[in-house]
Design a protein around this ligand. Structure first.
Ligand SMILES: [Zn+2]
Length: 334
């Protein structure tokens, strides 16, 4: 299968059918959590629409000129409209400029496609402006929106799009796929799948990162230190992180997801359920932590971490999320 995308079989089938000229519609909305693979799927769809040498119906070759240009995001009939660097929202002016080009005939292919990732970040004005394109779609134009959830968009917009809903894979399923496709050990693939929360894109991102394992162990070492710090020390820790280079949202997401694997292990110890631990190197700290906390407390800490990850996806201030999370953690006496 040329789509070669992990998970999302039903979504792929749906888009393969829709890539045929007799089935194609004017607008699509792909929803799912960040890292679940929304944009990868959207680009595969654009390839299926434009491939000049498809191996079979609804597929694409991946090597013809359109396929390669789309992969490089340099295809003349594909515009990708993103929130501007440093901005938080997609602006009405961006939508208006896009609409002017959308009205033109395709340059070299059957369709003119506009992909707008993260449309939940559009301002109300931008949303209303886009509505015009959905109500009176230009001929041979296709709009593809992605968003975290259908509910984050105006109903008038969502209801005019073909909906493709993506969900994270089950941890076990993703681990199995990772193990088979990427020659990872069972433990490694399980750890990676868990760290990515079943989100394929996030898992791939981690997989390409050669320093990942080191970062992972660093994150756990930092947690070990944090648990010994008082409130002031913890605030100081966040302040230092803020000064570090890189994207806070991504970095914090990684930290919290890593710590989540530790707290899951603590819960396993508390419940004495006999499930194998993920972080064997931390076994000592894990058992000590479990011994000092009630099962209820551990469960609540786990929940707080999961909530923090959700909030990060929703563009709440990352620093605030991390501070709240750390201030709530118990202090362990070493
Ligand atoms: Zn092709």
């Amino acid at each position: 299968m040329s789509w070669n995308i992990l998970g999302h079989e039903r979504a792929i089938q749906f888009l393969q059918i829709h890539s045929q000229p007799e089935n194609v519609r004017h607008a699509y909305l792909i929803t799912g959590a960040e890292g679940v693979g929304r944009e990868t799927l959207a680009l595969a769809f654009v390839k299926a629409l434009n491939c000049i040498n498809p191996p079979s119906k609804g597929d694409f070759c991946g090597v013809c000129q359109p396929c390669r240009q789309i992969e490089a995001q340099a295809f003349p009939d594909l515009a990708i409209l993103r929130v501007a660097e440093g901005a938080r929202e997609l602006k009405i002016e961006q939508i208006r400029a896009m609409q002017q080009s959308l009205a033109l005939a395709p340059y070299q292919s059957k369709y003119r496609v506009v992909l707008i990732p993260d449309f939940q970040r559009a301002t109300l004005g931008a949303s209303n402006a886009l509505l015009k394109s959905l109500e009176e779609p230009p001929a041979r134009a296709i709009l593809i929106l992605t968003a975290d959830a259908r509910e984050s968009l105006l109903e008038t917009i969502a209801s005019r799009c073909e909906l493709v809903r993506l969900r994270p894979m089950r941890i076990g399923d993703l681990a199995k796929e990772l193990q088979e496709r990427h020659e990872l050990s069972e433990v490694e693939s399980r750890k990676l799948a868990q760290l990515a929360g079943g989100r394929v894109g996030t898992a791939m991102h981690y997989l390409r990162d050669e320093d990942l394992l080191e970062k992972y162990h660093n994150a756990l070492d930092q947690l070990d230190e944090i648990l010994n710090l008082n409130l002031r020390g913890r605030l100081k820790y966040v302040e230092n992180l803020q000064r570090a280079k890189g994207q806070a949202r991504e970095n914090y997401g990684f930290l919290i997801a890593t710590w989540l694997t530790f707290w899951r292990d603590v819960l396993i110890c508390s419940e004495a359920s006999g499930v194998p631990l993920v972080n064997l190197a931390m076994e000592d700290l894990t058992r000590r932590t479990a011994a000092g906390l009630s099962l209820q407390r551990v469960a609540s800490i786990l929940k707080r971490h999961e909530e923090a990850l959700t909030m990060l996806d929703q563009y709440v201030n990352p620093r605030l999320i991390l501070e709240n999370l750390l201030l709530d953690l118990p202090r362990l006496e070493s």
